[in-house]
Design a protein around this ligand. Sequence first.
Ligand SMILES: Nc1ncnc2c1ncn2[C@@H]1O[C@H](COP(=O)(O)OP(=O)(O)OP(=O)(O)O)[C@@H](O)[C@H]1O
Ligand SMILES: [Mg+2]
Length: 290
Amino acid sequence: MNIEIRHLTKKYRNGVTALDDISFRVGNGVFGLLGHNGAGKTTLMKALVTVLTPSAGTVRLCGFDTVKQGDEVRARVGYLPQELAMYPSLSVFDFVNYMAQLKGVRDKRAVQEVLEEVEMLEFSKRRIGQLSGGMKRRVGIAQALLGNPPILVVDEPTAGLDPEERVRLRGLLSRYAGEGRTVLLSTHIVEDVYQLCEELAVLRKGRLFYAGTSAALLEQVKGRVKILRLEQESQLIELQRKAVVLATTYESRGLTARIMDESDLYPQAEPAEATLEDAYVYCMGGKAHA
Ligand SMILES: Nc1ncnc2c1ncn2[C@@H]1O[C@H](COP(=O)(O)OP(=O)(O)OP(=O)(O)O)[C@@H](O)[C@H]1O
Ligand SMILES: [Mg+2]
């Protein structure tokens, strides 16, 4: 296993327990990390890349302990932070070159290669401050790819990107992972996980809610997702008491609710094909604001 997380707990100084006894393992390929805001995704990733020290438990990357063998770990992992600090006045090339020096990557061609990989070579002279959000993200990925690390940790790489950029980035990540490496990706977007990952973990308020294949997660809701037509909104409140509401759609007359009908209380509702999004929302306890 390329990443082994055992009983990982992180308590911040302000008393927040951001991670509470997390254990799971990650092999080759793209692995998804899902969870709401504040679930602990970034904290977990920081512990993996040795930016944070665990309060308890251990993390091993390629067999190396993140606390006792930090240098070995850092030599094998590339990291795209959720908010990467970049110098706006530097050119794309100079920024990535600077990161290469920090990382001790001495091969002169390395900078050019990673910029090529993310299709940013033609913009290498442009200043960081003059890039679009998607381009900045690609530069962020480029610096994470320096040195061809066997493990790539990317925190919300697709957030704020347009659909085309997202597809492009997904392609890049799956290609990278395809060559026997590991990509750990955090996201709010279930679609990204569905497209990219065979396995995933779901964090909920610092606890591990699920770890396994997306197929097995989907299995939990299969055959029980239905669409129910309602005349008025007041019926929704009643419905929420009896079933888990996964989504609602307002129409010119009334509304429809996508529900998990666990005990077959609504035989009149129309059966629907279950999606990974349904399984995720169900795991998280239903739609937050119906
Ligand atoms: N440096 C810090 N000091 C204290 N508490 C923190 C710190 N960083 C994060 N937290 C808290 O830890 C919890 C987990 O935060 P974290 O950033 O890991 O969540 P996340 O899943 O990445 O959320 P998001 O989806 O918004 O990025 C939150 O309650 C957060 O407020
Ligand atoms: Mg985060």
